[in-house]
Unconditional design. Sequence first.
Length: 572
Amino acid sequence: MVFKSHYADLDLPCVDIFTFLFERKDQKFPDSHPIFHDGLTDRVHTFGEVRKLAEEFGKGLKSQYDWQKGDVLAISSLNDIDMPSIIFGALWAGGTVSTANPGYTVSELSYQLRDSGAKCVMTDYSNIETVKSACSVAGIAENHIIILGDQKNATGQQEHWSNVRSTSNIARHAAPKFDPMNDTAFLVYSSGTTGKPKGVKLSHYNITTNILQLQVAEGYNLTWDGSRTTRDIPKPQPGNGGDKILACLPFFHIYGLAVLVHSPIYSGVTTVVLPRFDVDSWCQLVQKHKITFSYIVPPIVLHMAKHPSFSLYDLSSIRMIQSAAAPLTRELIDQVYARLGFRIKQGYGLSETSPCMYQGPWDAWDIDIGTCGVLLPNLEVKICEPVDSSRDENTSTTPKELKYGEEGELHVRGPNIFKGYHNNAKATAECLSSDGWFRTGDVGRINERGNLFITDRVKELIKYKGFQVAPAELEGSLVGFPGVIDCAVVGIYDKDLATEVPRAYIVTEDASKPIDIDELQKWFNSRVASHKKLRGGVELIEQIPKNASGKILRKILKEKARLDFASKGARL
């Protein structure tokens, strides 16, 4: 069965990203309207300034680095309000942008620089030594490192991006001609949770399509002038000047790029930028700027449910919160609403879908709580019997299609689906069919109202005696136990039982007051079916390993579980 969006299909322009965003004829807000506001320094970039700075930087790249169409600019930095202009400038010049986690080691960063073929690397000064070492390994000259931020390199070895903008004779340079459907705009790297990160090639057309798809879900309620709302959700407070987004997700991740860099330029909604998430900074800025909306990830939702700082500030301006990157349970959403009054809706997407695919409608935030919302326009989805090719050699090229309410792997087709993996035709062929269907690797179900429930990853399902156990479901229950603030469940093979069994890792609210593991297991096992019991045991740890988007790094815990299980055996 093929599921289609209940939204009408959109007319999709075939233009490059810079033209799409900065040369619109239907722009509702003035060029003087503030788009990006630095939450720490109060520095502001208006729409007109972002456009001007971007074009100057693009011309500077052409003049100073002989920038050619298809050249790659890697960016490894914390959030900065100059980053959007840098990104759009590289795109104006015909470049491809490849963002990288500034927390990467030299080995991790040099791998991405080599694989992407980066010509220049942009970073802030705090990360310069790692970037220099990675560039040395990747064969990139030090004078091709560009600095952003307030601090400049006193040695003069690396140019500051402001100097690149002011290069002489830049006026003679012009943007190249684009093939929006085929030219790669972004080369973003998958999290690498099950192997080496893969470069995901996203075209200009992929990105402009997804900007418009996102506007269908958010645009009516999230506005630059605060003029509209739905149902009983209040408008922004009088005198606030419209909606304001607090940007705490990393710009180097596709989720942050889409909703905090691309979308504000299109919608005009002022976005207050944090370098990285911090509980007290988030709360302070919500109170100071009367923030109305914030995109977050599940670990932040956990903080909202339990961290004491959220009770110390006036956060009443928040109209809506959206979480994505990993599923949330209804119990956790209800807990936050009861404590703070925050309405939380969810979205779903992947790097390969540019990334937004499902969005929770504002007017249905309290209906089917715990779902990822409904399918965005111009998309088709199938739910198919899940097959993990890493475990099952008898994979079918035409998996069985399922119906409403049946759980299986999501397959999606539409204009925001990626071009393929960079330098990896084999991986592309394994997940992208000749007729455009992309195997997401995520397991879920769709109800008759079109709402998507994500259960887990195909490769993360625990196979217990023929039953499939979803770790995310067990984790959602475990955080309901008093004192548990975070957890992760992985499968570990039990030789005596000849099957995988679930093992839980728990983070407690107060490490000095450890919880009673036997009591937790008794409580948990009374709430789940027999095949979901924690036969692999429970262990207390200080922190759950996660990537930048909040996804649990299960391969690290699986290896820990293997070693723990071998030395201690299972708690039955």
